[in-house]
Design a protein. Structure first.
Length: 367
């Protein structure tokens, strides 16, 4: 019984001789035990203080249990330098950004379009250009002379007729076919460029020039047949009457456009050659063009007569003829699309695959 009473007395007295610590107002650093003892005014003496003493939440002074201690000479081995792998870690989001960018571009459906054209001519026109190459074509009322001005305009006219067949007939005192009707524009252009005076007898045989042109077209199977007859004078030679040649043109359904070339009044014509130099001599002479005959030929063949007095009008005449005689053409366009989005999608998928692979392998410990 005495032991029981002694234990009860001890349990009652312990709280009376201990002091709780105000943990809210106490400093958290327990390094100065004398300071804490004075601060909390603890009762009793404290002997042999060491760093293993601390205050618990109830304010009691508690001794730490013994623990193992590891002493090392240096911490140099624990100082780690950034590795190459850790430096490359920020590249993972960049791979995904690039992949998303490629997918956005792929959604725009980039593609290359190539267009091929196929031209089909339904109504081709056969044209014969009957050109006067007599000496009067060297007159200087056009720049540099009538023949050179005509050659330039005729070449441009040929370029504007890519789908027609064209032939060249030249005449002076006689006539012959310089180039048969052909679709090869290179041959026609070369023929026009080589036109010159002096290869034929002198004079102007309009009837023979027209007759040779009709002869070139009489067997043509084209739906439209046209002669462009150009002269700068009057019919003064030849054994074919111009009206007879006109009747032949009407009989074969050939339309004739006639052009009178030369200024009004007088022009500088060649009249002889210098015996010492061989150069042509020029003098002013009146310009004579048989306009009545040219108008007659155009009217009978349902064509049209034009008068070219300078380079500008000559060019305008050929442009007008080009507009009057049109070729019906059907043009087919074929569009070939080469889609380029597939390679972008594949590249984006590859980048995403690389990102996931690195994320779950090399950079796994960093994520």
């Amino acid at each position: 019984m005495k032991n029981i009473f002694a234990m009860l007395a001890l349990l009652i007295c312990i709280p009376l001789f201990t002091q709780n610590v105000d943990m809210e107002n106490a400093p958290e650093n327990p390094i100065a035990l004398p300071y804490k003892l004075a601060h909390f005014n603890l009762k009793g003496d404290v002997y042999n203080y060491d760093s293993r003493l601390y205050f618990n939440k109830e304010g009691f002074l508690i001794r730490k249990s013994d623990s193992a201690t590891l002493l090392i000479s240096s911490t140099k081995g624990f100082k780690l330098k950034p590795s190459l792998i850790s430096k490359l870690k920020p590249l993972l989001p960049i791979l995904r950004i690039v992949a998303i960018t490629l997918l956005i571009v792929a959604l725009a459906r980039p593609r290359i379009v190539s267009v091929s054209q196929h031209t089909q001519t339904n109504k081709g026109i056969d044209i014969v250009m009957a050109i006067d190459v007599s000496a009067s074509m060297l007159a200087r009322d056009l720049e540099p002379n009538r023949l050179e001005a005509l050659k330039k305009v005729a070449a441009q006219f040929v370029n504007q007729r890519p789908n027609d067949r064209i032939g060249i007939v030249v005449y002076a005192g006689e006539s012959f076919t310089q180039t048969p009707i052909t679709s090869d524009k290179r041959i026609v252009q070369n023929t026009i460029a080589e036109l010159k005076w002096g290869d034929l007898d002198g004079g102007t045989a309009i009837g023979m020039g027209l007759g040779s042109a009709v002869n070139r077209l009489k067997d043509s199977k084209a739906k439209s047949k046209v002669i462009i007859l150009l002269t700068d004078g009057v019919n003064n030679t030849g054994f074919v009457d111009p009206k007879t040649a006109t009747e032949l043109a009407v009989g074969f359904g050939i339309k004739v456009y006639t052009i009178g070339l030369g200024t009004n009044g007088v022009a500088s014509f060649p009249y002889a050659k210098d015996p010492t130099t061989g150069q042509l001599l020029f003098r002013n002479s009146p310009v004579e063009i048989d306009e009545d005959l040219l108008k007659y030929i155009a009217k009978e063949t349902e064509g049209k007569y034009f008068r070219a007095t300078d380079n500008t009008k000559l060019k305008a005449i050929y442009n007008e003829i080009n507009k009057l005689e049109r070729t019906e053409i059907e043009e087919f366009k074929y569009y070939n699309y080469q889609e380029k989005f597939r390679i972008l999608v594949l590249l984006a998928g590859f980048l995403i695959f690389i990102e996931m692979l690195l994320k779950h392998t090399i950079f796994k410990s960093f994520i």
